[in-house]
Design a protein. Structure first.
Length: 121
């Protein structure tokens, strides 16, 4: 996978960041408004926003004294195309994809330590 795609999937791996993206589907939001529903510090939310910005999923700009966040939906296009190539997934179902990855990563860890897994067939 391309490094940009790695950043997108890494950013999407966290449920807080997925919730933030869902919130930004509605409209641009001030950072303080993004932070409001979460029980974490503004600094922690800022770190999540930094990850999303670094992955290109959102942009941030200062308007006056307020920092605003805006969804950048085109960043998901490459990830969506990559997932659709599997043919198993119709729409962008991140929860199902996360479960798939967890299963695969778990299996890889078991194989790397020599745990036998039954073959499917």
């Amino acid at each position: 996978m391309a490094p940009a795609l790695d950043l997108v999937f890494s950013a999407l791996a966290d449920p807080t960041r997925r919730t933030i993206l869902s919130m930004l589907l509605e409209d641009d939001m001030a950072v303080t408004d993004v932070a409001e529903p979460f029980e974490m510090s503004l600094a922690a939310i800022s770190k999540h926003l930094g990850v999303l910005t670094n992955a290109g999923l959102i942009s941030q700009e200062k308007r006056g004294r307020v920092k605003w966040c805006k969804l950048e939906p085109d960043a998901l296009r490459e990830a969506s195309v990559w997932m659709q190539a599997f043919g198993q997934m119709e729409a962008l179902d991140l929860d199902a994809f996360e479960a798939f990855l967890e299963t695969e990563l778990e299996g890889g860890a078991q194989r790397s330590v020599g745990v036998a897994r039954p073959t499917e067939g």
